[in-house]
Ligand binder design. Structure first.
Ligand code: 4AZ
Length: 830
């Protein structure tokens, strides 16, 4: 290479020097030739040396060195990124948990993380955990255990909170289940049979097996609680009984993540009271307040989560002398704040022996533990009742709660053992009475939910076993006693409509006073009175004439165009409600096809298809620019309740051709939804993006019926959806289907199905054929008002026995029952 370089024309200065010599005289030629050869040799070696010198000069050396250094840097960085950064960020799995160590006494020094005592006990536990996991099947992936808290507790010894970190290749992440990691710990504990306690030896540590709780943790929680991830972490020790320790936080910008660790005196509990909270309402996706029954954010120890702003006063009680409250907000745009306090309270024993005095009537109250606070899980209460006479039984009046016989499925909201019979409890929106025909009653109540539950209030008293309700009264299915005259009067006095079932009785004889007492039967389109006077003066003659407008409360207004003129004439605003809903450019009356048929574009502009993870799963109805109404059962389950996985497809006839698609911002499932019998099967969905006015030809809201809205047996309505066309048909149609169905008599439906609550209505054909089916759930049952032709969302597809089977009509959520509930979240709808 060097040689070659030397034969090439050299630099211009060298050439110049040789040509200068070549123009000398001829006698000197020989000398010159020798000299020239010598010179050439010398100049060649000189050039070679010079060139070598020019390559290895200082400047080049620096450049070369920098390049080499750069290449080495790139290689090291790539290796680092591949082996360390990637492993840490993407594949680190964090588990957070706790256990009780029975053979170490708590020292006050353990409160200080830098103290020798804390470091010593933490190291001891960490070494034990290292031994356990390095010997386990996951040893290859085990990285470390970190003890984050050591506290005293009401069961004695130490409560140790820890993190376990694994570094796992992405493909193997799935095998790391919480139960597997906890099982390794539990399996390592040597318990002796003679001991008969749950405490065993874990490498010398006396660990209480029953105390072990472990769940997957978040990286953000790990770095915040073990490192310097947040500066908002407080250890708050409370040692004064019943003193209110304020807890207030407010932030206006940035990302907020705060941890309040509340620790009470040993033997006592913590009660957290929430006075107000202002956070984003989106199912705890961006903002949340979480209350844990531990000092670390352990998912399995969550007592309650608040996901929306509230000014309602709520309080929660721990099961031990500690509690963790976390307040998180990932995007603080508006002011986020929390106001409340915590206090130390004594533990309460629940239950007692009660002698029911008096002959009949309610005379005392029993309550859930720590009433009126939400009661914590793991409660057991026992009450024993005795009446004075064997002819008297015990009556229990449950407030907003009911009990019914336990099925094979477990109870979600508490189970009750009453004189050896088992019942499950359910929260509902009215009171119920349960009677036990025995003068001696033993009641055991056990909490069955993992979360804290709404406080329970039960009145008790004795009743006459041979005649539970006073003479002349009717006993509702809810156990309530109502005057016999209130039976079949069109008003749901029993709360479960049992007073309005089997009413195929002669019509009432009405007088002026009965009409004024029950205004809803007046001018409702049904002849309730034998002489028909309740429907007599409703349209043409005085007091309501063609020239007047009839408000919902049956008061007529002397104005012809009172409806939707922007001026409120009726006291109940009924002249200005439902003004921009329930109209379509189509009249479905012209498209009736027996057994279901394809719809036209824009025919059902409120119909929505809900897709879960991209797959059509349920239906819904548009009720405003940003709200939809659907069925609660569509959102039952961990993933199904996450609004981020759903998309709503609006203005669509053929699947995949939606005019407008939006993700969901929020899912509000009715708080009393009962997954056992589909009671309260309703959910409100808020769109992330409201649909625009420009889409109104294909998207329109349907009217939500007011509470007073009555459905009439035999009335024709339409059910629509992309659900299965037949029970056995797995394939769903691409084009929206419609079927005309009729409202079935509630008594008939009740006789068929047994449990038809006041929140349900039946529609279909008793002969079968026309019905909703799987996939239609959450979609609308649309009924057209005879008066103004507007469409009302009378029902929501809920359940049924099969599809289109004779005598088994579809069961729908009775929407008019939820008008107030809807109004609470969507005031603009009415
Ligand atoms: C369902 O599984 C379903 N025939 C919906 C409606 C009916 C039955 C089942 C009523 O979504």
């Amino acid at each position: 290479m060097d040689e070659q370089t030397s034969d090439k024309p050299a630099k211009p200065e060298d050439e110049l020097s040789v040509s200068n010599v070549s123009v000398q005289t001829a006698d000197l030629e020989e000398k010159w030739e020798r000299f020239a050869r010598k010179l050439s040799r010398t100049s060649k070696s000189k050039r070679k040396a010079k060139r070598n010198k020019s390559i290895w000069n200082f400047q080049n050396k620096i450049i070369l060195f920098t390049v080499v250094l750069f290449i080495i840097g790139v290689i090291i960085w790539t290796l680092l990124w591949l082996f360390i950064v990637q492993a840490e960020n993407k594949d680190a799995l964090y588990f957070v948990g706790l256990f009780r160590v029975a053979n170490i006494e708590f020292l006050p020094e353990y409160r200080h993380k830098e103290s020798r005592e804390f470091l010593s006990v933490a190291q001891n536990v960490q070494q034990v955990m290292n031994l356990v996991y390095t010997k386990s099947t996951f040893s290859k992936f085990y990285k470390q255990s970190i003890v984050s808290d050591v506290s005293n507790n009401n069961n004695g010894g130490l409560l140790v909170h820890f993190w376990i970190v694994f570094v796992v290749p992405q493909a193997k992440g799935q095998v790391f289940c919480e139960d597997c990691i906890a099982a390794i710990l539990k399996d390592s504990i040597q318990t002796s049979i003679t001991n008969r306690t749950s405490v065993g030896s874990l490498q010398g540590l006396a660990v209480d097996m029953d105390s072990i709780v472990l769940s997957v943790g978040l990286r953000s929680d790990y770095s915040s609680t073990t490192g310097a991830g947040t500066n908002c972490i407080y250890d708050l020790h409370a040692d004064q009984l019943h003193q209110h320790f304020p807890l207030d936080i407010s932030t206006t910008s940035g990302r907020m993540i705060c941890y309040f660790k509340l620790i009470a005196l040993v033997g006592y509990l913590i009660r957290l009271s929430v006075a107000s909270i202002h956070i984003e309402a989106d199912n705890c996706i961006t903002d949340s307040l979480t209350i844990y029954d531990s000092l670390m954010p352990i998912k399995n120890k969550i007592l309650y989560r608040i996901c929306e702003p509230t000014n309602a006063f709520l309080s929660f009680v721990s099961t031990n002398n500690l509690m963790l409250v976390t307040l998180k907000s990932t995007q603080v745009r508006k002011v986020k704040e929390f106001h409340g306090y915590f206090e130390v309270i004594p533990q309460e024993k629940c239950g007692k022996a009660i002698l029911a005095l008096g002959s009949t009537g309610f005379e005392g109250r029993i309550m859930s533990p720590y009433y009126p606070s939400y009661y914590p899980p793991k409660c057991i209460c026992t009450w024993t009742f005795q009446t004075h006479q064997k002819t008297l039984g015990i009556a229990l009046r449950f407030h907003n709660y009911t009990i019914s016989e336990k099925s094979i499925k477990g109870c979600e909201h508490g189970w009750w053992k009453i004189n050896e019979h088992m019942y499950c409890g359910y929260y509902i929106d009215h009171q119920t009475i349960f009677r036990v025909a025995s003068f001696m009653v033993n009641i055991e109540f056990q909490c069955s939910s993992k979360l804290s539950e709404q406080p329970l209030l039960v009145e008790y008293g004795s009743y006459n076993i041979s005649q539970p309700c006073p003479l002349g009264s009717f006993e509702c299915h809810t156990g309530l006693c109502i005057q016999r005259s209130r039976r079949c009067d069109g008003i749901n006095d029993c709360f479960d409509e049992s007073d309005e079932l089997f009413c195929d009785v002669p019509k009432q004889s009405c007088n002026t006073s009965s009409l004024t007492q029950h205004p809803s039967i007046f001018c409702d389109g049904i002849n309730d009175c034998e002489d028909g006077q309740d429907e007599q003066y409703c349209t043409e003659s005085i007091p309501c004439t063609n020239n007047t407008f009839k408000c919902s409360n049956n008061i007529c207004f002397r104005k012809q165009n009172a409806r939707c003129d922007g001026i409120i004439d009726c006291l109940d605003r009924s002249d200005e409600s439902n003004c921009s809903c329930g109209s379509t450019k189509y009249n479905s009356g012209h498209h009736r096809i027996v057994g279901g048929s394809e719809t036209q574009e824009g025919e059902w502009p409120w119909q929505v298809s809900l897709r879960f993870a991209g797959v059509a799963y349920c239906g819904a109805s548009v009720i405003s620019k940003e709200w939809l109404l659907s069925a609660a059962h569509c959102f039952q389950g961990n993933r199904l309740s996450d609004p981020r996985i759903w998309t709503a497809h609006l203005g669509m006839r053929t699947q995949g051709k939606a005019k407008f698609v939006s993700t969901l911002r929020r899912i509000i499932v009715h708080e009393y939804y009962n997954s056992r019998n589909y009671d309260y099967d309703v959910a409100l969905l808020q769109l992330s993006t409201p649909w625009l006015d420009t889409m109104r030809w294909l998207i329109q809201p349907i009217c939500v019926p007011p509470t007073t809205h009555r459905v009439h047996t035999g009335e024709k309505c339409w059910v629509t959806g992309w659900g299965q066309r037949q029970e056995a048909d797995d394939e769903a149609p691409a084009v929206l289907q419609k079927a005309e169905v009729e409202i079935i008599d509630q008594t008939l439906c009740h006789s068929t199905y047994g449990i038809i609550t006041a929140r349900m209505l039946c529609a279909g054909m008793m002969s079968g054929k026309r019905d909703s089916c799987k996939g239609d759930s959450g979609g609308p049952l649309s009924c057209r008002s005879k008066g103004d032709g507007k469409w009302f969302l009378t029902g929501i597809v809920s359940w049924g026995y099969g599809c289109g089977r004779p005598n088994f009509p579809g069961v729908y959520t009775r929407v008019s029952n939820f008008a107030t509930w809807i109004h609470k979240y969507v005031p603009s709808v009415f």
